[in-house]
Write a protein that binds this ligand. Structure first.
Ligand SMILES: [Zn+2]
Length: 200
């Protein structure tokens, strides 16, 4: 798997390649998630974000109990990434609290996407982008396809598989200069964005 440091680097490159208007909601940070959580729990509240933000939240997300989600029950609890709930929520409430969902899947928070991708890519047995994405989508939404592609691209195991056996050993991923490969990080096409821009 790519190291957390490598991941942080190409995640940043991914965000910088996006249209600035899409960047803010391309990945849901814990802070943004907490605001979404508040809006969904107090639909009448005027204190969180702008009216446009509250409209966007109500359009995109619902609160759902984990049992109501369209997801498989994991057979290996060790492979579970902790439920996405606000940081201040007590541990004991994590089993019964509703989760923020979009399209029947729970929302992946930016800070946990690395872990989600490690689990998904392992379950895909180092398969390509599409196989890894299919594993991600068994439980989570809001993990951009292009970010998954980068994760696979910089996975050392997958890099070794792509390298012919008789050539010299591949350069360790940590030594690769991402900035020299900026061309692969071109802005994404609008239809690939998981975050439709709101009208208002
Ligand atoms: Zn791999």
């Amino acid at each position: 798997m790519p190291s957390p440091a490598d991941y942080a680097q190409f995640e940043e490159e991914y965000l910088e390649g996006l249209d600035p208007r899409k960047r803010a909601k391309a990945l849901i940070s814990q802070q943004l998630f907490d605001d979404i959580w508040l809006v969904l729990h107090a639909p009448g509240a005027q204190c969180v974000g702008s009216p446009q933000f509250r409209w966007w939240v109500r359009k995109m997300f619902i609160l759902a109990l984990p049992n109501d989600l369209d997801e498989e029950t994991p057979t290996d609890p060790g492979s579970l990434v902790p439920a996405m709930v606000p940081l201040e929520a007590p541990d004991t409430s994590r089993q019964t609290l509703p989760v923020v969902a979009h399209d029947g899947k729970r929302l992946a928070v930016r800070e946990q996407i690395y872990d989600v991708l490690c689990v998904a890519h392992a379950r895909a047995e180092h398969g390509g982008r599409d196989k890894t994405m299919a594993e991600v989508k068994r439980r989570y939404t809001w993990v951009p396809k292009d970010l998954i592609a980068l994760f696979v691209k910089y996975c050392p195991t997958c890099m070794a598989k792509r390298t012919p056996l008789r050539s010299p050993p591949p350069t360790p991923a940590s030594n690769i200069s991402l900035t020299s490969q900026a061309s692969v990080l071109a802005p994404t096409t609008p239809q690939e964005s998981p975050c439709p821009r709101s009208r208002t």
